[in-house]
Structure formats: structure tokens, C-alpha cells
Design a protein around this ligand. Structure first.
Ligand SMILES: [Zn+2]
Length: 150
């Protein structure tokens, strides 16, 4: 695989993710199958161009990127959970104060924008200085997301 063939397939990753997310749900295709569907050969892309996606466990909506994981050492309601810097295709619910293991936080549940499954929560506010880094970040329950074809 020469680098020139990769360069010739430059695209906007954000736009493609939105598009393939829709296709994955409507057509039940895998990420790689979608590539072929769109006329790309998966091998035309370098590994760095291929985002490692996490999808909703219920409907395969693309909700987060592996590269956005800040920590895998979080505790969710249903076991292990991951902290992400970003989320996509989710709806943020009503804010509420919750006493968590690390103190009082204002959080809001995040729902899959497609099937409405509760996938985790967003940290809106942390009251302790040591926990401020979580503000604006997202928790996804490990049991609620699946690796999309990687
Ligand atoms: Zn879903």
C-alpha cells in the first residue's frame, strides 16, 4: 500500500461517520461493508484514517471513538465504564445532582439518539477541585457499547 493511494482517498471523517452511522442502522452493514457500498475499498485507507468506533449495543448507532477515551478505570451503574472526551449521536437528558464514589456531581444521562437506550452519563459539573477534569466529559457503560468491527 503506497501512501499516495491513501492520499488520493482523503475525505472528511466527521461527515463520513455521520453518513456511515446512518447506513449501519438502516442497512445493518458493518463498517467495512459500508466502505465497499460507498465505493471505497477498506484497504485503500491507512489504519490511522480508520476510526475505531464504539456503537450502541442496541441499534449499532455510532456513539464514540476509541481515540477519545480518557480513562477505562471508571465504575458505571452496571460495572465497568469508560470516560470519553467526546460523544456523538447521543441525547443529553435532564441534569441532576448525584453522589458518586468521588463526591457530588451534576450529571445528565446520555441516551442513544436513535433507540433512546441509556448508555451512560455526562458530567456537567464537579464540585471537588480534583474532579473538575471530568466536566463536559462522557461516561459510557462498557456493557452498553460495542466495538464496531475492529
Ligand atoms: Zn441505540
Amino acid at each position: 500500500m503506497s501512501s499516495s493511494s491513501v492520499q488520493s482517498k482523503v475525505f472528511d471523517p466527521a461527515a463520513l461517520l455521520l453518513y456511515t452511522g446512518k447506513l449501519a442502522r438502516v442497512k445493518s452493514l458493518s463498517w467495512r461493508a459500508i466502505c465497499c457500498y460507498l465505493g471505497f475499498h477498506p484497504l485503500d485507507f491507512s489504519v490511522s484514517v480508520w476510526p475505531r468506533l464504539y456503537s450502541c449495543c442496541n441499534c449499532r448507532n455510532h456513539v464514540s471513538l476509541h481515540d477519545d477515551i480518557i480513562s477505562k478505570a471508571f465504575q458505571g451503574r452496571h460495572g465497568r465504564a469508560f470516560l470519553f472526551s467526546h460523544a456523538m449521536n447521543v441525547v443529553v437528558g435532564a441534569k441532576e445532582d448525584r453522589h458518586l464514589l468521588t463526591g457530588l456531581h451534576t450529571v445528565a444521562d446520555i441516551h442513544c439518539s436513535d433507540c433512546r437506550e441509556v448508555l451512560g452519563w455526562k458530567y456537567e459539573r464537579a464540585y471537588e477541585a480534583s474532579q473538575k477534569y471530568k466536566e463536559g466529559k462522557f461516561i459510557f457503560e462498557k456493557s452498553k457499547i460495542v466495538k464496531e468491527d475492529w
